[in-house]
Design a protein around this ligand. Structure first.
Ligand code: SAM
Length: 336
């Protein structure tokens, strides 16, 4: 396997601790012949353990050289399919085959953690997800209402899945050693799902609007946010139905509050200035981007990731930490 310098632009910190490799793979509840999709196999730290288990493995790797080496290594194994591509661009259900029976596993690049999580929680969802993410992002995913780190990511994950901590993965377990620790998480999508795709899109718009104005009160957000613009009478009805005060701040609402309010909101009126930065509104949720990116988007993404230099050891920090980015389109190109 290649020992050339890891690419900082692709979040390449390789897991070198064999005990942690085993522990993470043990959390994957898939037996012989069952479908598993691995995101970013890299040099194969988790892949080897998965192959030994005899699962039917699809491994998606963006790095040309690493993808080529893995494909060569498992050329003779018919249960292993190495795909060279961008996990955010590919049609994952089509790739995996039995998507609702698939377990997704990955020690994923920190720079695109949030879009990967939301991509995996778009309906239809896989059976189970085991991801190693930056410890701070794990805290945000697991956070409950009333905490400073509770945000759109926490609400989005809670509505679509149950998340729990598997284990800590200290920074010393990676090469090169990153600046931060990691946590392995299990995220199990709810089955059946709690929301239809249309209802999920409405909650996303509302949640994103609310946390982009997280210091404002609920009444103000509902009435004035350009993606919501809820008329006053409707606003009062929506809040009364749930016995919520308009003075509450977004972080005081439970995921169920977000779900109920989004369901009760009337279609938004377009602001005279046109759609807001997000380009979507409760009215316009049907206009959200399709699930599968076109090749052009993929090329653009690759270009955006062109590294300023692959030699810095200080990486593996999710640029989404502290933001409330909900979709990949909210996430800025990697400038690390
Ligand atoms: N799984 C390996 C391990 O644990 O040692 C590698 C983990 S490394 C943190 C992340 C891997 O994801 C790298 O191999 C990187 O090239 C790959 N990667 C980065 N962006 C990707 C993308 N958009 N799609 C697929 N793989 C990606």
């Amino acid at each position: 396997m290649s020992r050339r310098r890891p690419k900082r632009s692709l979040g390449q910190n390789f897991l070198v601790d064999p005990n942690l490799q085993r522990k993470i793979v043990e959390a994957v509840e898939a037996g012989e012949g069952e479908p598993v999709l691995e995101i970013g196999p890299g040099r194969g730290a988790l892949t080897g353990h998965l192959v030994a288990r005899g699962v039917r493995l699809t491994a998606v790797e963006l790095d040309d050289e690493l993808a080529g080496e893995l494909a060569f290594r498992y050329e003779a194994d018919r249960r292993v399919n190495v795909v060279h591509g961008d996990v955010l661009s590919l049609d994952l259900p089509a790739l995996a085959g039995n998507w609702s029976g698939t377990t997704v596993v990955g020690n994923i690049p920190y720079g695109i953690t949030t879009p990967i999580v939301f991509r995996l929680l778009r309906l239809p969802c896989p059976r189970d997800i085991v991801l190693t993410v930056q410890a701070e992002v794990a805290r945000r995913i697991l956070a409950g209402p009333g905490t400073r780190i509770y945000g759109a990511l926490s609400v989005g994950v809670a509505l679509h899945a149950r998340a729990s901590r598997i284990c800590k993965v200290p920074r010393s377990a990676f090469r090169p050693v990153p600046r931060v620790d990691s946590v392995a998480l299990r995220i199990t999508p709810r089955s059946p799902p709690r929301l239809t795709p249309a209802a999920a899109a409405r909650v996303r718009v509302f949640t994103r609007a609310a946390f982009s104005w997280r210091r404002k009160q609920l009444g103000t957000i509902l009435a004035r946010h350009p993606d919501l613009r809820c008329p006053r009478d409707a606003l009062e009805r929506v809040l009364e139905a749930r016995s919520l005060s308009p003075a509450l701040r977004p972080e005081q609402l439970s995921p169920e509050d977000f779900m109920a309010i989004a369901a009760a909101l009337p279609p938004a009126e377009r602001s005279s200035a046109g759609p807001s930065r997000s380009g979507s509104s409760v009215h316009g949720v049907g206009q959200e981007r399709g699930e599968v990116r076109q090749q052009g988007d993929q090329d653009q993404r690759r270009q955006q990731r062109k590294p300023e230099g692959d030699d810095a050891a200080e990486h593996r920090v999710d640029r989404d930490v502290g933001s409330d980015a909900l979709h990949d389109e909210d996430v800025e190109p990697d400038r690390r």
